[in-house]
Design a protein around this ligand. Structure first.
Ligand code: XMP
Length: 521
């Protein structure tokens, strides 16, 4: 029997559970690349692993990934893409409050597959006008709803008449008249508009467009059969969109501990804004600052908890057990952990503070367990393996840089030496602070005062769509879980065994001694 026990014992000596491992390394701050996870006996196929996570009562994600509340990462487009993939987007607060409300509304009112503002034409235009518009804007479609000056539906211009030979004709002569156009009143869309549209296309063979109108026959949107078919297929996907009880996509919004002209917490303003966010359907607010273990953040969280007892509150950022306990006692449900690991952060260089991310996560996770709150690993994620390691201690991760090059991130692409880039900047960079985020770093936006930036302005190579990036990340997380034999995230946290790695082994872990043809990105 001893011979059978021996290998187990040997493994336990080298590959330690979190408690033993981090306690043994208490003299050293560790981050993702400093450790690796041991593979364990597994009956779990990666594709069968479950990635759902609960960050607070009423805040459940189908994948444990949140997009960062940064002004070059998350506005409505990113938040929609994140929620459609099962995650969450936190709308940043470097914009006027009413704009943040409308970004939240955009996410909450998004009907996947419904083109809410379709390109329209008017009866007075000629087919030639439409042909030039298609060429100029490079549209790949040629069927357009026809409306009058009050957006009232007049008909549909079918693609088969949008031809050069009819260029001189007015649209009024060529359109399919209103009476023959298939429409649905927006009140009839119900909880599942895609299912409704799908049924309609099945019942009406040959019809490929369905227009949405209101009681006054004004145009409100357009379903196309091809979109509906694609989405219906996606529904069989393993990771469903993250939705609220009313079938709307979930959305978070971020705020800071705003102060008034006297330097006091601006209670009225914060309460009024969060009240409006709640009315707009926000699913969580994040009190996002660089130093969450502070009176201002504590007071803000306490005030919000009293005013909105059921609202999921995320708060941070912190890196200590005392800070997690403090924010949990103030009423936070989920706590952001990370000070200085971000790809654009200079906090550790400028202020000389911050804790390497994995050690910070371990310390925070033990306090979080005690208090019954969740933690989110914020910053420093550069590859899917980092996420697997983070999830051995945290309930979710926040990503900034890895998503900033996506088409759905705010900002335009720019071409430099034949390569495409998007801007990515720290919220503590000078430019971002001037645009409003100074409060996050405890500064005023007053340009006459000297402030030390804690972030840089940078570029990210364009990375394609959020769907694509998340698919890669999710694939990696599932592989990691398969190796560890974890069917879900709770098992991953329970089973993970760690070992410290040497610099030589870090080199060994990446492609080496080859000429790379494809980077594997
Ligand atoms: P990644 O590594 O995903 O990090 O790009 C994103 C996270 O970094 C934090 N953040 C900052 N930290 N100075 C900092 O020290 C900054 O200017 C800054 N801007 C963002 C933030 O937590 C974000 O989610």
């Amino acid at each position: 029997m001893a011979a059978i026990k021996e290998p187990d014992h040997l493994d336990a000596k080298f590959y330690k559970a979190a408690e033993a491992f981090f306690s043994a390394c208490s003299h050293l701050g560790l981050t993702y690349d400093d450790v690796t996870l041991a593979t364990l006996y597994s009956e779990i196929l990666p594709r069968d692993t479950q990635l759902d996570t609960t960050l607070a009562e009423g805040l459940q994600l189908n994948i444990p990934i949140v997009s960062s509340d940064m002004d070059t990462v998350t506005e409505a487009r990113m938040a929609i893409a994140m929620a459609l993939n099962g995650g969450l987007g936190l709308i940043h607060y470097n914009m006027p409050e009413r704009e943040q409300l409308s970004e939240v509304s955009r996410v909450k009112n998004n009907v996947h597959g419904l083109i809410q503002d379709p390109v329209k034409v008017t009866p007075e235009q000629s087919i030639g006008d439409v042909l030039s518009m298609i060429e100029k804007k490079r549209f790949t479609f040629s069927t357009f709803p026809v409306v009058d000056g009050h957006n009232k539906l007049v008909g549909l211009l079918p693609g088969h008449v949008v031809k050069q030979r009819y260029a001189k004709r007015k649209i009024a002569e060529a359109l399919t008249p209103r009476g023959q156009v298939q429409t649905i009143n927006k009140k009839e869309l119900g909880r599942d508009p895609i299912a409704k549209a799908d049924r309609f296309f099945t019942e009406q063979p040959g019809i490929h467009k369905l227009l949405v109108v209101d009681d006054q026959d004004r145009l409100h949107g357009l379903f196309t059969m091809s979109d509906v078919e694609r989405i219906t297929q996606e529904r069989n996907a393993q990771f469903k969109p993250a939705r609220d009880a009313h079938f709307r996509l979930i959305c978070g919004a971020s705020l800071s501990a705003t102060r008034n002209a006297f330097g006091e917490l601006d209670r009225d303003r914060i309460l009024a804004h969060v009240g409006a966010l709640v009315e707009h359907g926000v699913d969580a607010v994040a009190v996002s600052t660089a130093h969450g273990h502070s009176k201002g953040v504590g007071d803000t969280v306490r005030m919000l908890r009293d005013a909105f007892p059921k609202l999921p509150i995320i708060a941070g950022n912190v890196t200590s057990a005392a800070a997690v306990e403090f924010l949990a006692d103030c009423g936070a449900d989920a706590i952001k952990v990370g000070q200085g690991p971000g790809s654009i952060c200079t906090t550790r260089i400028v202020a000389g503070v911050g804790i390497p991310q994995l050690t910070a996560l371990y310390v925070a996770s033990r306090a979080a367990q005690k208090k019954g709150v969740s933690i989110i690993a914020d910053g420093g994620i550069t590859k899917s393996g980092d996420i697997v390691k983070a999830l051995t201690l945290a309930n979710a991760v926040i990503c900034g840089g890895i998503l900033a090059g996506c088409a759905e991130a705010p900002g335009d692409m720019m071409e430099i030496s034949g390569k495409l880039y998007k801007q990515y900047r720290g919220m503590g960079s000078l430019a971002a602070m001037k645009d409003g985020s100074a409060a996050r770093y405890g500064h005023t936006p007053d340009p006459t005062r000297k402030v030390a930036p804690e972030g840089v302005e940078a570029l990210k190579e364009v990375a394609g769509s959020v769907d694509r990036v998340l698919a890669q990340l999710i694939g990696g997380i599932q592989s990691g879980m398969g190796y560890v034999g974890a069917a879900n995230l709770a098992q991953l946290r329970d089973k993970a065994r760690f070992i410290r790695v040497s610099t030589a082994s870090q080199r060994e872990a990446a492609p080496h001694d080859v000429v790379e043809l494809k980077t594997g990105k």
